[in-house]
Design a protein around this ligand. Sequence first.
Ligand code: KIV
Length: 294
Amino acid sequence: MSSAPQFTVPNDASRLPVTLRTIEDKHHRAEPLVMVTAYDFPSARAAEAAGVDMVLVGDSGAMTVLGYPSTVPVETDELMVLAKAVRRGINTPFLVADLPFGSYEQSDAQAIGTAVRFVKEAGADAVKLERGNDTSVARARAIVQAGIPVVGHIGLTPQTATALGGYRAQGKSAAAAAGLVQEALALQDAGCFCIVLEAIPAAVTEEIVARLEVPTIGIGAGPATAGQVLVFHDMLGIREGRGAKFVQRYADIQPEMNAGIAAYAADVREHRYPAPEHTYSIDEETLSAFRAQL
Ligand code: KIV
């Protein structure tokens, strides 16, 4: 493997780091906000090169890169490793780190402690937590009061998908839709500067957005949100299966990865790799001296 960097990143000095102010300004100008997840250095470099506004070290990394069956088992220390790698890969996007399930629910002190770790150790600009119930609203308020920006997340909240009856759209009854409006308002009141809306009917999203001052980022929530987020592996096809209905595929990389490794395996087995151009040489004199020592 070459030690030279393999990434093409625009060296655009006019690209300043995205701040809370940038996000607010874009929202007021109705300029769409672009967020993507990233979990390691190469995905972070790709997000940087593409010039996205925000990068989320989602706990979806539990599934996309760590192979867990859901986001529930992932530990703070595991997500911390991913967040640190992403931090090393981005200069300009605003970096949001997910608080894993079980790392913030127990008390305000627990929530602040975990959020502080993501900011101090991983260099996150903000943290995200799931749900808009009393507990999450209280934790969001406590973290904001500790000086850390917080993103809320309502609708389909994968950390509690079991309690929601599975990975399915939320807010489909009048009462559930009204509940989402209340949750969004409560998170805004707690100080969240932004709220992710996941898997919510587009018309319900419109009503939520109309009642909020802070920007919303949608994933499967229709076009009314201030921005959109997609999971890196879903949008680039680095996965088996198609994923959720709302995923738009922008590349199909998994088959290319499989084919690349299969071609490498075939080359090794057929003695085509390594070829002379992959091989280091040694001058004859040194070689003779070396052999004489054996
Ligand atoms: O973990 C994640 O990737 C997320 C996004 C789907 C918003 O929370």
